[in-house]
Write a protein that binds this ligand. Structure first.
Ligand code: SF4
Length: 322
């Protein structure tokens, strides 16, 4: 398990907690990981190449910032998920390991660097996410647009999936991003509505659901995707209700993965959901009409996103030809 209070250094403050809002919280108990949470250790030659390229381009990845368990596997295939608009988030969700605080101003050169990295990695499909930028008037929508446009110019054969914040109280921001026509618009509901106040206190369940629905209303050709973590104290019936809610918002693709606790100051893992339970969620989600489902202990929004996108496209095409 990681350190009790993780710290970061910066020129302004040589040693500050990575999550100042969590520093004084009581430690939570740590559950021992079960045998099915097994990951490939990082360090293959391609992993090292990916790491070098990300560093040389001065980019931030959610793979590193969130301490994703799949990094060894994903980076060995050059599948890095870039996190734009800095490494500091203006929200403070109880599950998330991304640093919190007041972010730096946007870097106008970042879209070009992201696009160059995507071209050099030779990706078939790229996932771009961001921190929450409640400090910006448009929540960072224009920056997303610039990143999408830059990738289209430098890597025209690469399909683009974005995983966005909720743009809460940012009128017109969502529509701006939709106009840039990403191939997949992903926004995670993260957990069931009953757990929002504890787990995602700065967000609103129905706002997030409405955002997904609005993407389809404005441009039905864009695939929509959303995910939740399980093991955070939700009941099975609540997960099934979230599936129904997503389907009524016309969401195409659902991801369900096990929550893993980054530090003792984060929300506790209430339990480890078994692989059979994940399979059962997958079967149910398919019967509810999702075009694509990824449900497994190590499922993350961007895990296997390229293969899943290929399948998603094929499934929709087959349906349209029926
Ligand atoms: S699952 Fe996503 S966040 Fe995790 S390492 Fe893979 S690409 Fe990065």
């Amino acid at each position: 398990m990681v350190t009790i209070v993780d710290t970061v250094t910066s020129s302004a403050s040589p040693l500050r907690p990575r999550h100042p809002e969590k520093a004084n919280k009581p430690d939570t108990a740590i559950l021992r990981k079960p045998s099915w949470i097994r990951v490939k250790a990082p360090g293959s030659p391609v992993y090292n190449e990916t790491k070098k390229l990300i560093k040389e381009h001065g980019l931030v990845t959610v793979c590193e910032e969130a301490g994703c368990p799949n990094i060894g596997e994903c980076w060995s295939q050059k599948h890095a998920t870039m996190m734009i608009m800095g490494d500091t988030c203006t929200r403070a969700c109880a599950f998330c390991n991304v640093k919190t605080g007041m972010p730096n101003p946007l870097d106008a050169q970042e879209p070009a660097r992201v696009a160059d990295a995507v071209a050099k990695l030779g990706l078939r499909h790229v996932v771009i996410t961001s921190v929450d930028r409640d400090d910006l008037a448009d929540g960072g929508a224009q920056h997303f647009v610039e990143v999408i446009n830059a990738i289209r110019a430098s890597a025209p054969g690469t399909t683009i999936e974005i995983l966005t914040p909720d743009f809460l109280r940012k009128a017109g921001a969502l529509e701006k991003v939709i106009e840039a026509r990403p191939d997949v618009f992903n926004h995670n509901l993260e957990t069931v509505p009953r757990r929002y106040l504890k787990i995602r206190p700065g967000a609103r369940y129905f706002h997030s659901l409405r955002l997904l629905q609005r993407v389809k209303e404005v441009d039905p050709t864009i695939f929509t995707k959303s995910g939740i973590m399980v093991g955070l104290g939700e009941e099975r019936e609540e997960v099934l209700q979230v599936m129904d809610d997503m389907r009524s918002a016309d969401v195409d693709f659902i991801t369900i993965g096990q929550y893993l606790q980054p530090t003792r100051k984060h929300a506790a893992v209430e339990r480890f959901v078994t692989p059979d339970e994940f399979k059962s969620y997958e079967r149910i989600a398919r019967t509810k009409g999702f075009l694509q489902v990824s449900s497994s202990p190590l499922t993350r929004s961007s895990y296997h996103a390229d293969d899943d996108f290929a399948e998603l496209r094929e499934t929709r095409a087959a349906k349209l030809n029926q």
